[in-house]
Design a protein around this ligand. Structure first.
Ligand code: MEV
Length: 324
């Protein structure tokens, strides 16, 4: 049944091991975290209007108006998604989309995929359709391809289904049941970057250093096998060591930065077993594992150097309709 208004939310994610290598067919391990994006869709007379904080873009009679060029850059892929969904699902002349998020954008936590998945869920609910998870993922992937160029599909996948899982492109995945709850430290370095550009940077590295890249990938493929074993018992110490090794590989392919290295070092010096960048790198967020009862203390110790540090809960649920 069509509604006047519908709300959905979707989680952010952290990649525990395997960013970038997943683009080349390796298995990555990813978990949904307790930072969510909310999207509210409402029927309006005509056209499409999208608002996220102070950024607004609207399209009426074929004319697009945006509050700034950065609003256009952030919101126009979503405009394409909303228009395509309206034309495929039908049932409305105009829609307003309002996004609110407690997740930093461009920081490796998958905020764009979460926004797209929550929009697909809220809009389809508004129009009286119940989309399957694979349909939500398909719509979110469409927007991700426009934003990032050549994504592996890991971000749309995890934000749709939630939990913790292994992912291999184009669409092979397996859920992981953790033996107990897992919390991690997350530092946002504050540096912003584009996933698409970093994926291109690694592709240049791989083309210019074929044999070395193959060796690094083979090293990663061994590492992830052991990483999966550590999850069976939540062996935090070994998980941390394998994160340190994964970080070395990411540094080797050129996606770490001085700020990331500093965050990794501060976390490890403050008591974490290991830390690594998460997502595309080039800035963004760093994650770390430590004993659960140490997390808040490490947060406190690192907050002087990195004020945007918090403890995130893993294995959160995927995209869902929120009844208001
Ligand atoms: C982005 O969260 C992870 C990357 O591996 C890109 C992708 O897999 O789409 C950098």
């Amino acid at each position: 049944m069509r509604r006047e208004r519908a709300k959905a939310s979707a989680p952010g994610k952290v990649i525990l091991w395997g960013e970038h290598f997943v683009v080349y067919g390796s298995t990555a391990v990813v978990t949904a975290i307790d930072c969510r994006v909310d999207v509210v869709c409402s029927l309006i007379g005509e056209g499409v209007s999208i608002r996220s904080g102070r950024a607004v873009c609207s399209k009426r009679g074929g004319v697009v108006r945006c509050s700034s060029s950065s609003a256009w850059r952030t919101l126009h892929p979503l405009m394409g998604l909303v228009e395509a969904m309206l034309s495929e699902l039908g049932g409305a002349d105009g829609v307003e989309v309002v996004i609110s998020s407690d997740m930093p954008r461009g920081a490796g936590l998958g905020s764009s995929a979460a926004v797209s998945a929550a929009t697909a869920k809220a809009l389809s609910t508004l129009l009286g359709h119940e989309l399957s998870p694979s349909d939500v993922k398909r719509w979110a992937m469409r927007a991700e391809q426009e934003i990032h160029g050549r994504p592996s599909g890991i971000d749309p996948h995890i934000t749709t289904v939630g939990g913790t899982l292994t992912y291999r492109r184009p669409d092979t995945w397996e859920g992981i049941e953790l033996p107990s709850s897992l919390r991690l430290l997350v530092i946002d370095t504050g540096e912003r970057r584009s996933t698409g550009k970093l994926v291109e940077k690694v592709s240049r590295f791989a083309a210019e250093n074929r044999t070395i890249f193959e060796e690094l990938k083979a090293f990663y493929d061994e590492l992830v096998k052991e990483a999966l074993d550590t999850l069976k018992t939540l062996d935090l110490k070994r998980m941390g060591e394998l994160m340190r090794l994964n970080q070395l590989l990411l540094r080797a392919v050129g996606v770490s930065t001085e700020d990331i290295e500093r965050a990794v070092e501060v976390l490890q010096r403050s008591g974490a077993y290991g830390a690594k960048l998460t997502g595309a790198g080039g800035g963004g967020c760093v994650i770390a594992v430590a004993e659960d009862d140490e997390l808040e203390k490490i947060c406190e110790r690192t907050s002087r150097a990195f004020p945007r540090v918090w403890v995130a809960r893993c294995s959160e649920p995927g995209v869902r309709v929120e009844e208001e």
